[in-house]
Design a protein around this ligand. Structure first.
Ligand SMILES: Cc1cc2nc3c(=O)[nH]c(=O)nc-3n(C[C@H](O)[C@H](O)[C@H](O)COP(=O)(O)O)c2cc1C
Ligand code: SF4
Ligand code: SF4
Length: 298
């Protein structure tokens, strides 16, 4: 039986959700799947050599791969017999996202590794603003179908990469500055004492152990990856995220409830969509065609 390893960094769990969708599809094709989440303290992956297929999953940050993910993945010793595929989630179908894996792929290729494909999944924004439930439903349903298509393509050994230009690479490189900006801004995070119920959810779940208690006070160190997990999952919206506080999205998207809600048709983006969301229309039209060609229902 073929073995699949999905190595995932996921701040607010969108990418993890996509990983679970992939797992379900691999398993229904009788493959054995393990999900490994990157969090601190970084642990070794047991028997890395024993996996045939490696999926690398990350959320796009400022048109780039998150540094925590990149550093961990590039420290691993994959073997040249393994097949690697990349999946990433983003809040928008912006063309500037297209080169986010450029550096990762370049580095993996230098090690002579076999990279099969790269796929972008649209999932709800965890920063900037909250998407409406009907769009969230659409994103989820399309991601589910795309996960099915991706697994089909992987099993058929289809090479597929996202196209991008030198301009894309230039912008991605420029925005790598967000790593430093994030660390500086992370120092500005603070908790509103009156709102905090001392549940410690933030402390226990920060993927880089950046949050700690000093006496009664919750403190933030200088290692923030800007993943938004603490601020999104805080039950009382007590965390202020510094200069980007206006762009905070508090409370996780309740995918299970949203999917079951029959009042939502999941067709927020449709052929009549205009304005800002026109971009999304193109993304979904493209997927509709791919699903049709592959006989996959969405
Ligand atoms: C710091 C930061 C930067 C982001 N930058 C982008 C971006 O450049 N393009 C985009 O489409 N979405 C961007 N997003 C949105 C996330 O990629 C998106 O919501 C993703 O699905 C989050 O995945 P996660 O829940 O696995 O962390 C950004 C989110 C954060 C927190
Ligand atoms: S998650 Fe929110 S309420 Fe809970 S300890 Fe942290 S700041 Fe306080
Ligand atoms: S402090 Fe919050 S935003 Fe920063 S890495 Fe930890 S959980 Fe993520």
């Amino acid at each position: 039986m073929k073995k699949v390893l999905l190595i995932i960094f996921s701040g607010t769990k969108n990418t993890l959700k996509v990983g679970e969708m992939l797992k379900e599809n691999f398993e229904s094709n009788s493959l054995e799947v393990k999900i490994f989440e990157i969090t601190k303290p970084y642990t070794k992956i047991e028997n890395l050599d024993s996996y045939d297929l490696i999926g690398l999953g990350y959320p796009i940050y400022a048109f780039n791969t998150p540094k925590i993910f990149l550093d961990y993945v590039l420290s691993l010793n994959f073997n040249i017999k393994q097949t690697i595929f990349i999946f990433k989630t983003s809040g928008e179908p912006l063309f500037l996202n297209n080169s986010s894996s450029h550096y990762l792929i370049k580095k993996l290729k230098k090690k002579n590794l076999n990279i099969l494909s790269e796929t972008q999944f649209l999932m709800p924004y965890n920063i900037i603003y909250r998407y409406k439930d009907n769009l969230v439903k659409q994103m989820y349903l399309y991601s589910q179908a795309l996960a099915k298509l991706l697994v089909k393509n992987i099993l058929e050994n289809k090479y597929q990469f996202i196209k991008y230009s030198l301009f894309n690479i230039f912008i991605s490189n420029l925005l790598k500055v967000h790593n430093i900006g994030g660390k500086i801004n992370g120092r500005l995070y603070h908790v509103k004492k009156k709102k905090c119920i001392k549940c410690n959810i933030c402390i226990n779940n920060c993927p880089v152990n950046n949050i700690y208690l000093k006496g009664e006070k919750i403190k933030f160190s200088g290692d923030c990856t800007m993943c938004m997990r603490c601020s999104m999952y805080c039950p009382t919206n007590a965390i202020n995220i510094g200069i980007i506080n206006l762009f905070k999205v508090n409370k996780p998207y309740k995918f299970n409830l949203i999917i079951k809600n029959k009042d939502l048709d999941g067709k927020f983006i449709n052929k009549n969509t205009k304005g800002y969301f026109k971009l999304f229309r193109k993304y979904y039209q493209n997927l509709d065609q791919q699903f049709k060609d592959a006989n996959i229902e969405c």
